[in-house]
Write a protein of this length. Structure first.
Length: 325
């Protein structure tokens, strides 16, 4: 199956998800930009080459390490817009047609440690490649933890203190944990709140204030899962709901407030600690299926993969004004 045929199938699924997103509550309806200024599309990527940005890890200077989902690549984008490819993961022999739900192999979550090491998730539908990959500067990518081929490893988060990585599986409704040294992953949580309702369940992931925070794309929820002693998972608590299509997110640095991407509905929302959501950006600003958000100080980066629109995968940049949070 060609990449365009595969993406046409995915587009139909995401269109359905976007339709569900239309039923979101009034507090998630389009609104003025409010605290955002200097909103602009700064970079454009090549959809036909598979340059669909899925997830991001920021360097201290604002440089972004990004997974290009359809190209099986990790790229680095400078603050000035220069893009270079850091690594390309090996393609599966069958092209990835057995990747659950999506039907194409894709690179997904990414985190970066202080020494420049990158950890990347790869979903291929094959037992030999699906899993957690490590990319050290100057070295070829190496898989350090295998994950089930019938799953879809998606979001990746790092606890820098325990050196534990947390991996969301959007098909199996599971959060896995594995140390940065690699090895056999442990099913950390399989709570029902993580499951899908037909497309993709638990998705984005961040470690914050003693808990793992995750999203559920189908259910439109932001969840907080306490990290207990000996790395045990507590019971998930719903922190926000009614946001179908909720993908990845970033904390603003102001308590538990987050800025999050809604993929199918083509929105970026601010979610306050009380769970209320306000739309900051939408398709009129150039969003094309936003997948991830990153903050560098008060600068906001939003990556769009154009899974449905198939037009313009891009990077939108804006500034979050102080005193308007």
């Amino acid at each position: 199956m060609s990449k365009r045929s595969i993406m046409t199938t995915l587009s139909a699924v995401l269109v359905a998800a976007a339709a569900l997103g239309a039923a979101a509550p009034a507090d998630a309806a389009p609104a003025a930009r409010g605290p955002l200024t200097d909103v602009r599309i700064s970079d454009h990527f090549d959809w036909d080459a598979g340059q669909m940005p899925e997830n991001v890890a920021l360097l201290p200077d604002g440089t972004a390490d990004v997974t290009f989902a359809g190209a099986h690549q990790v790229a680095q984008i400078s603050p000035h817009g220069a893009t270079r490819i850091l690594a390309t993961l090996p393609a599966p022999a069958d092209g990835g047609v057995n990747t659950p739900v999506l039907g194409f192999a894709l690179t997904t979550g990414i985190v970066r440690t202080g020494d420049g090491t990158l950890y990347v998730l790869y979903a291929t539908g094959t037992a030999d490649l699906t899993g957690l990959w490590r990319i050290r500067p100057g070295h070829a990518p190496r898989r350090i933890a295998a994950l089930p081929a019938d799953g879809l490893p998606n979001g990746l988060a790092l606890d820098p203190h325990s050196r534990q990585l947390y991996i969301t599986d959007s098909v199996l409704g599971t959060v896995w944990t594995v140390p940065t040294t690699g090895g056999t992953p442990t099913a950390w949580s399989t709570a029902p709140e993580l499951s899908s309702t037909g497309f993709l369940g638990v998705n984005g992931a961040k470690v914050h204030n003693g808990a793992l925070w995750v999203t559920n794309l189908d259910r439109g929820t932001l969840l907080r899962i306490p990290v207990r002693s000996r790395n045990r998972a507590g019971a998930p608590r719903v922190m926000a709901s009614g946001l179908v299509g909720l993908d990845d997110f970033a904390f603003t640095g102001r308590g538990n407030q987050v800025v999050a991407a809604l993929n199918g509905p083509n929105k970026v929302v601010r979610i306050r600690p009380d769970g209320t959501a306000t739309t900051l950006l939408d398709s009129s600003d150039g969003l094309q299926n936003p997948t991830s958000v990153a903050l560098h100080g008060d600068d906001v980066d939003v990556f769009s993969a154009a899974y449905t629109t198939k037009t313009d995968p891009n990077l939108l940049r804006a500034h979050l004004r102080a005193g308007r949070h």
